[in-house]
Design a protein around this ligand. Structure first.
Ligand SMILES: [Zn+2]
Ligand SMILES: [Zn+2]
Length: 243
């Protein structure tokens, strides 16, 4: 796995030499630009700072808990997101997931790692676990975008990664357009914990790409806790506004 990720990194260096072209728009940049992203693209990220829901981490214009979390108890302990799922960020994430731009895991993962460090989550957790894809979907896509993010974050923060700790037992339909209840029903029993004893960790940092109502990470957190994990924190690349 270590060797594979090194090969992957080396391959990326050949294809996308750091600091020459912006990862997102392809424009030429100076090598000093943070994350290999030009200032124009970097400015399009609405980063979520402390003005966010204290439960799910969604960006809030006012208050400290979103309407979604007010009436609902999550199975995870706390979730955070790097940025708001909106505008060009939406397009970039779409291309990261579906248009084979898997190399975007590198700038996205680094940005996430820096924010994780800022929140102190890296000191709270002893293992990273990415939300898995269903086997068939993984074969079709060729990669698990959350797994790639977790791999970059692991390297940046030097935290153990357990990419196969969770497994998706069945394929689930897309959750967009479904109500909270329908989402919960859809995700019920979708995951199982593998190699429980080998995991032997106290606190887990669950990594995913997008947070909407939290149904997916909630189900993962429930399974992890049933397997003996004490605390489950969630960090996603982006989350929808208070919906
Ligand atoms: Zn750019
Ligand atoms: Zn919330």
């Amino acid at each position: 796995m270590v060797i594979l990720s090194k090969v992957w990194e080396g391959f990326l260096d050949l294809l996308y030499p750091e600091g020459i072209y912006c990862y997102l728009c392809g424009r030429k940049i100076h090598d000093t630009h943070t994350y290999g992203i030009c200032p124009g693209c970097l400015g399009d990220f609405v980063l979520i700072g402390d003005k966010s829901c204290r439960m799910c981490g969604k960006h809030l214009d006012s208050g400290d808990i979103c309407s979604d979390c007010r009436g609902f108890r999550h199975s995870f302990d706390r979730a955070y997101s790097l940025c708001v799922y909106d505008g060009r960020v939406k397009e970039w994430i779409y291309s990261f997931k579906y248009a084979d731009r898997s190399y975007l895991a590198r700038p996205f993962g680094r940005m996430m790692a820096d924010r994780i460090r800022e929140t102190g989550l890296d000191r709270e957790t002893d293992c990273i676990v990415p939300v898995p894809l269903y086997r068939k979907k993984l074969r079709q896509r060729g990669y698990n975008q959350s797994g790639l993010l977790a791999e970059v974050i692991k390297r940046e923060l030097d935290i153990r990664n357990a990419p196969y700790a969770l497994q998706r037992k069945r394929n689930t339909p897309p959750l967009s357009g479904l109500s909270r209840l329908q989402r919960l029903e859809t995700m019920e029993g979708a995951f199982e914990l593998k190699r429980v004893r080998r995991l032997a960790v106290k606190n887990v940092l669950l990594i995913d790409d997008i947070y909407t109502t939290g149904s997916t990470v909630n189900q993962c957190a429930r399974v992890l806790k049933a397997g003996g994990v004490a605390r489950v924190y969630v960090f996603t690349l982006a989350s929808g506004r208070d919906i």
